[in-house]
Design a protein around this ligand. Structure first.
Ligand code: HEC
Length: 247
């Protein structure tokens, strides 16, 4: 028993040491609610307005979005699609991948399953932690994707953040400088909370795109529980009926 306790304590210390050893601000968790259709609709709008010019989401078709997010096909056609696309088309990108590569140095990857490879928390933190870095060709850097080739495409909404540094002298006299936090240097058109909500909507949409069947599963799960409850009552009544004469 006491050995188990020592082991757990050792694990805890190890975790704490790991957490303390990380550089820069910690990752903030994000709460995604896939049953919030309005949030997913807003996320789809942001994705189409700000991301599809560079990124595709080629596993996703517009008519599937219409069906899943309770939108009419007309509304998807007018609000989410370029006039040249057809409702059965996948979310393809307007730019040729070879052009993109030569412009940015790295091709913007397809985002169909990025929420599964990176996870919602990473996406959320990536999109809220761009900061000004004059040494970069895009003028910005990122806390969670160092030296990314992606420009801060949402800067007009968020504004521009600047890094506040923290310098620490080690015992051997060497100094290490880390980023302590980011602060707003130039206001955007949204407040901090509005911007975070927009990014949450966008990440929610990407989570949905990464696994559209999740929506169906949630709906189905509800009815399975309802069925089990009804069945429980029926089974109980039946049991009472069968055992009535035995007692
Ligand atoms: C101007 C073109 C451009 C636009 C617009 C753009 N991106 Fe990017 N994005 C890039 C490039 C280039 C990369 C590759 C970065 C790298 O590898 O350093 C990238 C990478 C990413 C990645 C990292 C993927 C991975 O797993 O490595 C994510 C996530 C992402 N973009 C999300 C978005 C979202 C969400 C939007 C819309 C708000 C958006 N991007 C708009 C150019 C763009």
């Amino acid at each position: 028993m006491s050995r188990l306790f020592t082991f757990l304590l050792a694990m805890l210390c190890f975790e704490l040491a790991l957490a303390a050893g990380g550089h820069g601000p910690a990752m903030q968790p994000v709460k995604i609610d896939l049953s919030d259709k309005l949030s997913l609709q807003r996320g789809a709008q942001v994705f189409v307005n700000y991301c599809v010019s560079c990124h595709s989401a080629s596993f996703m078709r517009y008519n599937r979005i219409a069906a899943d997010l309770d939108l009419s096909e007309e509304s998807v056609q007018t609000n989410l699609m370029f006039t040249t696309d057809k409702i059965g088309d996948a979310m393809e990108v307007a730019m040729r991948p070879s052009d993109a590569e030569s412009w940015f140095g790295a091709p913007p990857p397809d985002l169909s399953v990025v929420a599964r490879s990176r996870g919602p928390d990473w996406l959320y933190n990536f999109l809220i932690t761009f900061y000004v870095d004059e040494n970069k060709p895009t003028g910005v850097n990122n806390l969670f994707f160092k030296d990314t080739a992606m420009p801060h495409v949402l800067w007009e909404l968020q504004g521009l953040q600047r890094a506040v540094y923290h310098t620490e002298a080690a015992d051997d006299g060497n100094e290490t400088t880390t980023i302590e936090r980011l602060e707003l240097a130039q206001r955007g058109s949204l407040t901090e909370n509005e911007y975070k909500r927009l990014v949450r909507d966008l990440v929610g949409f990407l989570v949905y795109v990464g696994e559209p069947a999740k929506l169906v599963r949630h709906r189905l799960g509800f009815w399975v529980i309802v069925f089990l409850l009804v069945f429980l009552v029926a089974a109980y009544l039946m049991k009472r009926e069968y055992w009535k004469d035995v007692h």
